[in-house]
Every structure is written in C-alpha cells, then in structure tokens.
Design a protein around this ligand. Structure first.
Ligand code: SAH
Ligand code: SF4
Length: 397
C-alpha cells in the first residue's frame, strides 16, 4: 500500500510509473466510466468497475492495481497498461515544533507547490494550494512574488489531500470499513482550506472538480461544510462557488476603504468593496450556521487603527460572519511589519464588542515558513520586479 511507501524517514518517493499514462486520480465518475471501457469493460460493466475503482482509490488510498482484489487479473493488467494512479511526489516533509507539517510537492513540469497540515484539538486542517504561484500581487504575500504561475489540475489538488492522508496513515485498514473511520470527530484530516498558494477562483474548474471528489460519499467523504475556500475577491465567481461547490467562503478583506484595498489587495481595482460585499450578502445558504469568514491581516500602522476596526464592523454589518485577524507573517524582504500585540488586542476588542467572534489566528509552523502567506517554492524563487507587478495590476504600488 502507498501508506507504507511514505514514512517520516522517506522524503523522496520515486514515481512508480513512467509518466505519460493518463492518471485515474482527478477523473470525474463519468470520465472514469469511459476509461473502464477503454480498458475492455463492456458498457454494462463499466459503471460498476468505475465504482469499484473509485472506492479503491479514494476510500482506501490504494494505488497498486494488484491490490484491487475484486477485479479480475486480466482486467487489472489492462488497467495497468493504460493508466496510472499518481499523486504529487513528496520532495520534503517538515514537521514544526507545534506539530504542523509542511509538504513540498513536485508536480508535472517540475513545478513545486506546498500543502500544510495543522493539527488542533478538535480538528485537523489541511491547507492546500490551487495554483503554482499566483497571478495576483498582494504586496504582503510571499506567494504573490513568485514569477511562474500555472493552474493545478484537479488531480494535483485532490492529490494533496491523498498525500496528507498517506502521511497521517489515515486510510482505513483492510479490516476496517471506510464509514467507520469517517466520523469527523475521529479524523486526523477533518477539514480542508483552500488557503495555500494561488487564487482558487482563478482555477475554478480544477478546484470544483477536485472538491467534488473530496466530498464524494463513496470516497474521502468530507462534508462541504468542512471545506473553506478563501478568495481575494473574484466577484463573478463567488456565487458560482456556492452553487457548484457548496463550500464555506472566506474573504481576504484586509482593508475597508477602496483606497487602501486597491494597494493591499490589487484585485480591488477590478471589483471594489461595494461589489465584493454585495456578493457576500448574496452568497448561497448564508446563515448563522454557515457564516462567511473575513480574513484581516494585521499590518503595523497600515490597517490596524481603531478607526479601521470600526470601519470593518460597519462594512460587514448584517452579514453572518466571523472575523479572522491574522498576525502578519514576515518573509525575507517583506515590505511590512506585524502590528504590535497590544494593537491587535485593541482591534479585536472593538470587533468583539460589535458582536463578532474574532479569533486571532495563532501563527502555526512559523519555524518552517508554513504560516499564511509564507508559502513559496524554493525552485521558483525569482521575484517579480516592481515593473512587472505594475504592468500586471495596471497601477503603481
Ligand atoms: N489567494 C487566496 C487564498 C490564499 S492566501 C486569498 O488571497 O484569499 C490565504 C490567506 O493568507 C489570505 O487571507 C491572505 O491574504 C493571507 N496572507 C497572505 N500573506 C500573508 C502573510 N504574509 N501573513 C499573513 N497572512 C497572509
Ligand atoms: Fe494571491 Fe492570495 Fe497571495 Fe493575494 S494573498 S497574492 S490572491 S495568494
């Protein structure tokens, strides 16, 4: 089994197959059914075979066709000839003093992305990436300085969840029924947040297809309420995320005037605060049980005054919301500093008094550069020049 292949000591997992064969991971059920016909199943059998494959891949984490004991030997051989079951390659795995695990993963083309696992008392959250780099250039974010960008495929996105489950040893044992280990309270990996590298709504199809796989009840079976998508504000795709994925929504707000947000979150020049807040009010199924999280990074002397806090609560008034104050996580060469602790507390107090829970997000895994906004692959260290940033965002920073 794959679990055995990835132990804490083994940092580099060789690919078990020559590249080039279509990967069964990431295929929709419909596509998987077609693939079964390509491997010789009759039209009648194909659906059942696809269901069997689905369970092996996503309910049991199996990637060796020979372990798929309910498939005949010749059919297994036909599958092996045509397809593979491939995850991203784990290049390094770092464990922070606080238990946070950061995976550096290699995907096709030699690109690298990161995924971070954060264990907490009542949950275990995997923060996954949706793109290599990011086309946006929020000046406080390390990922935004990365030059190279491409969308991840659905396989590469769902693959991050599979790699983490491999590493956590969380696939059911052969003697266990998947549904018995799926109770959320018992899961090591119980939540997924799309808060790693990239803007998930600029890779809508890849993210949607991957999340549909992650939510599928015959496989990994995570509830849609355990998945949170964070966006910098791609307004036209926000409602679509609610309709087609059904996940919870987080908004990277960070500023409450257009003037400041134009600088901190440059996509604001395209869709301003009024448009963004309206999209939040219209988000499908918005309720006290399914609140929007507003993320607000605390930047010293930039967005952290009492007045900023009051503007914030006024701006989102009436929206069922949580406010997540994120202490700025520094990275080499970053142009900002984190607000002082007293300032963060004073800010949080105003927000609390207005009736919003405002947990300050404790930075996790800072010692391994795994905290929010610190992700950036070493191989793609090249920094965008100021001129490039200005050309992309169409304004000066
Ligand atoms: N592109 C998406 C999702 C990834 S960023 C988005 O922007 O929402 C996840 C969160 O980390 C965002 O709220 C982002 O603004 C925040 N972040 C980025 N850089 C940070 C840093 N250096 N310190 C703290 N938070 C940061
Ligand atoms: Fe991209 Fe999000 Fe970073 Fe902005 S904060 S550059 S949108 S990853």
């Amino acid at each position: 089994m794959t679990n055995a292949a990835i132990t804490p000591e083994v940092l580099h997992v060789p690919r078990n197959d020559a590249p080039g064969r279509p990967n069964l991971v990431g295929m929709s059920r419909e596509r998987l059914t077609e693939a079964m016909i390509e491997a010789g199943a009759t039209e009648k059998q194909a659906k059942m075979r696809a269901a069997q494959l689905w369970q092996w891949i996503y309910a049991r984490g199996i990637s060796d066709f020979d372990e798929m004991t309910n498939l005949g030997k010749p059919f297994r051989a036909a599958l092996r000839e045509r397809f593979e079951i491939r995850r991203p390659e784990v290049v390094t795995r770092q464990v922070s003093a606080d238990g946070t695990r950061k995976y550096l993963l290699r995907i096709s083309g030699g690109h690298e992305v990161e995924a971070v696992y954060i264990p907490e008392e009542d949950r275990g959250t995997l923060c996954i990436s949706s793109q290599v780099g990011c086309t946006l250039t929020c000046p406080f974010c390390h990922t935004g300085t990365q030059k190279l960008v491409r969308n991840l495929t659905a396989a590469e996105i769902v693959g991050q969840v599979m790699v983490a489950r491999d590493d956590l040893g969380e696939w059911p044992k052969p003697s266990e029924r998947p549904q018995d280990v799926h109770e959320h309270g018992k899961r090591l990996l119980s939540n997924v947040v799309l808060m790693g590298m990239g803007e998930p709504l600029y890779n809508f199809d890849g993210v949607r297809d991957a999340m549909r796989i992650v939510m599928d009840g015959d496989g990994i079976s995570l509830s849609r309420r355990r998945i949170t998508l964070s966006t910098s504000g791609v307004v036209p795709s926000i409602a679509k995320a609610g309709e087609e994925i059904g996940c919870l929504l987080a908004i990277s707000l960070h500023a409450c005037t257009d003037e400041l947000r134009d600088v901190l979150v440059p996509i604001n020049r395209k869709w301003n605060l009024a448009a963004l807040i309206q999209a939040c009010r219209d988000y499908p199924r918005l309720s006290n049980a399914e609140r929007i999280t507003f993320e607000y990074v605390m930047l010293k002397d930039v967005n952290d005054s009492d007045e900023d806090a009051r503007r914030l609560v006024q701006l989102i008034r009436g929206i069922p919301a949580k406010i997540n104050l994120i202490p700025f996580n520094p990275w080499p060469g970053a142009p900002y500093e984190c607000s002082d602790w007293d300032r963060i507390e004073a800010f949080a107090e105003i927000v609390n008094r207005a009736g919003y829970a405002s947990p300050v997000r404790t930075p996790r895994g800072r010692d391994i550069l795994a905290a929010c906004g610190q992700l950036k692959s070493a191989t793609e260290r090249a920094r965008k020049t100021k001129a490039e940033i200005m050309a992309e965002t169409g304004a000066s920073l």
